[in-house]
Design a binder for this molecule. Structure first.
Ligand SMILES: [Zn+2]
Length: 401
């Protein structure tokens, strides 16, 4: 719930780009984690809070760059009894106490360097958040990909370029300029929402388990269709070749559908989160802009400070975001989740929470930077304003404990 870019997770809320996690809250770029909250870029960790770049850790609080540690607090080892005493004194169920803790841990994170690239088990790759991949160039949030370039949020793919989302099960191969394509697709171009073994498809939308389609939409288990009309195999190939020749003359062949065709406003789409533009910049490109509702000036209802004192009746009440002034509400499922984890309910609307998570991640663009500790140069996704300290992979090793 209230999350973006998830794969194979259970019972997680307010997370972004996590894989195979369970009972996690406010986690970003984590994999195989259980019962973690407010953690980033960590793998195989459990029952921990405020971790960053940690692997194989459990029962840790406020730690960065640790490997296989237990009962560590602020990057210092403790006995189990000391850890439990400290954890018991931290009442994350209280909004006031949790806000105070967040400030302290965020100051700790800000002082720590980021590695030039967040990646695990990769070869000859660039971009960020890459796992188990080789020759993944300028890729973001990809896993199990090979020979891919300019792809994001893609798993299980080979020889793909300019693909956004999703791949997932089975291998997906030879995709070009696609969005939301996966589950065993092959040779798909300039298309969106194609899955279920789709092959040899171009300029199509929302077609499933189909082959040999051109300019079609909403088809299931079809083949040799152009503009949704059924042709013989020979007729299909002959007409398709003529249309491509015409599109080459008009300059339309070889490009994805223009952004001006999108029914969505730029500032309500993922593009607006990943590559923010001002209203004037959006309108100048001929794109749509969604005006925001007027902020609410006064509070409508007040939540008790502590989740332990929050009654069932709080679910569904209209609340006002402390930052944006937008109205929002807590769902019953959310209230139960926060009770289970003993974490205070959010005082920000889901959109503001998402905006803050985006502000923490590296956005998909390569920047040339110099290591903060030595003279090495490298391309990195971490921009100098949000992430002032970035070190090369060699220097990063000395920060890992
Ligand atoms: Zn260095």
């Amino acid at each position: 719930m209230h999350s973006r870019m998830l794969n194979w997770n259970t019972d997680c809320i307010d997370c972004m780009a996590i894989f195979n996690c369970e009972l996690c809250y406010e986690c970003i770029d984590c994999e195989d984690c259980y019962g973690c909250a407010f953690s980033e870029s960590s793998k195989n960790c459990s029952d921990s809070y405020f971790l960053r770049d940690c692997i194989g850790c459990s029962n840790c609080i406020g730690c960065t760059n640790l490997r296989n540690k237990r009962y560590w607090i602020f990057n210092e080892p403790h006995s189990r009894a000391d850890y439990e005493r400290y954890r018991g004194a931290l009442d994350f169920g209280s909004h006031a106490a949790l806000s105070h803790a967040k400030e302290a841990f965020e100051a700790l994170f800000a002082a720590e360097p980021r590695p030039e690239m967040e990646a695990a088990n990769v070869e000859n790759s660039s971009g960020n958040y890459i796992r188990n991949s080789r020759n993944a160039l300028s890729c973001f949030q990809v896993a199990n990909v090979e020979d891919c370039k300019y792809c994001d949020h893609l798993t299980n793919a080979r020889s793909c370029m300019d693909v956004s989302f999703f791949g997932v099960s089975e291998t997906n191969e030879l995709l070009y300029e696609c969005e939301a394509v996966g589950h065993g697709t092959f040779r798909v171009m300039f298309s969106k929402l194609i899955w279920g073994g789709g092959r040899d498809i171009a300029y199509s939308y929302e077609c499933f388990a189909s082959n040999q389609l051109f300019g079609s939409s909403g088809l299931k288990r079809k083949q040799f269709c152009i503009l949704n009309k059924q042709y013989s195999e020979a007729g299909y190939h002959e007409l398709k070749a003529r249309i491509i020749e015409h599109m080459k003359d008009t300059g339309e062949w070889g490009e994805f559908f223009p952004m001006t065709m999108s029914p969505f406003s730029y500032n309500e789409s993922l593009a607006g989160d990943l590559m923010p533009l001002t209203k004037d910049e959006v309108l100048a490109r001929g794109l749509k802009w969604q005006p925001q509702p007027k902020p609410q000036k006064s509070k409508l209802h007040e939540l008790p400070d502590n989740i332990a004192e929050t009654p069932d009746a709080s679910a569904g009440l209209p609340l006002v975001c402390e930052t944006s002034g937008q109205r929002y509400r807590i769902e019953r499922q959310e209230l139960l989740f926060h009770r289970k984890l003993g974490l205070a309910l959010p005082r920000l609307c889901p959109e503001e929470r998402t905006r803050r998570r985006f502000a923490k991640i590296a956005l998909p663009a390569d920047k040339q930077r110099k290591c903060s500790d030595c003279s090495n140069s490298f391309t990195t996704a971490f921009d100098p304003v949000r992430h002032p300290k970035v070190v090369c992979s060699k220097c990063y090793e000395k920060y890992v404990d």
